[in-house]
Design a protein around this ligand. Structure first.
Ligand SMILES: [Zn+2]
Ligand SMILES: [Zn+2]
Length: 243
């Protein structure tokens, strides 16, 4: 079964006991994908074809540039630029002769010009993000596969710190689609318990972090508050900031 393929990474991620299991998986996934793209071995041709066509998003260009394999990035950008220029030329040529409006029986004249639509697609598509989204779907499948079948996994989830806001939303959505009414109610009950408990803990840690700015408490121990701010930011936004 497909889900079984991914039980190892999911089980490994839950062992890390982070603020969000799915963020932990996402981070590993992102670094694997970028290592592969920038690694010493050549990418398979069909993958290279895709990066040539759609390129990357702002965040992934930033990470690739920071990874210091400037030659690798330049080679990829070179072929992507060539593709972009040739596609754009033919679309803009088309727009020149049709006043930017699409021809065709059912097309409204107010429609977005093809060149703008193409640019919008380039702007909003990213090879790394696409790959991550696909794999994340398999991880969600695996999550529910294990949740339904393995008591041990369920126990680990119930002892975890819950999820970030965006992944909590994703799990609630998916649970509704995948579980029967009874099982869904049971899932929500369990998840709300861990999630609310974790948010309360986090709030306490942030409160103590704030107190520590008061000179009267400056010699008191940090308790769990030293990294409370990055943990809270991850919980709220999925963003990992350096401590
Ligand atoms: Zn998350
Ligand atoms: Zn991206």
């Amino acid at each position: 079964m497909k889900e079984e393929l991914y039980t190892i990474p999911v089980n490994e991620a839950i062992e890390q006991d982070g603020e969000c299991l799915l963020c932990t998986l996402n981070k590993k996934l992102e670094s694997d994908i970028l290592n592969y793209i920038l690694g010493p071995s050549y990418m398979e041709e069909d993958i290279r074809g895709e990066t040539d066509k759609i390129g990357f998003c702002r965040e992934h260009y930033r990470q690739m540039y920071a990874a210091q394999n400037r030659l690798g990035v330049a080679l990829m950008i070179d072929t992507h630029l060539k593709n972009l220029r040739s596609d754009l030329k033919s679309l803009l040529d088309g727009d020149k002769t049709s006043s930017g409006r699409r021809r065709g029986l059912f097309k409204k004249s107010s429609e977005v010009p093809e060149s703008a639509e193409y640019l919008h697609n380039i702007e909003s598509s990213c090879y790394a993000c696409n790959r991550m989204k696909l794999r994340m779907n398999s991880y969600i499948d695996t999550f529910f596969y294990l949740w339904k079948r393995e008591q041990e996994f369920r126990g680990k989830v119930l002892n975890s710190k819950g999820f970030c806001i965006s992944h909590l939303r994703m799990l609630i959505d998916e649970a509704r689609k995948r579980l029967s009414d009874d099982k869904y109610a049971e899932f929500i009950k369990s998840v709300s318990e861990i999630q609310l408990k974790n948010l309360e803990e986090l709030e306490k840690d942030i409160d103590w972090f704030i107190q520590k700015f008061d000179y009267r408490f400056k010699d008191e121990p940090w308790k769990n508050s030293k990294d409370a701010l990055p943990r809270a930011i991850l919980k709220l936004s999925g963003l990992e900031v350096d401590e």
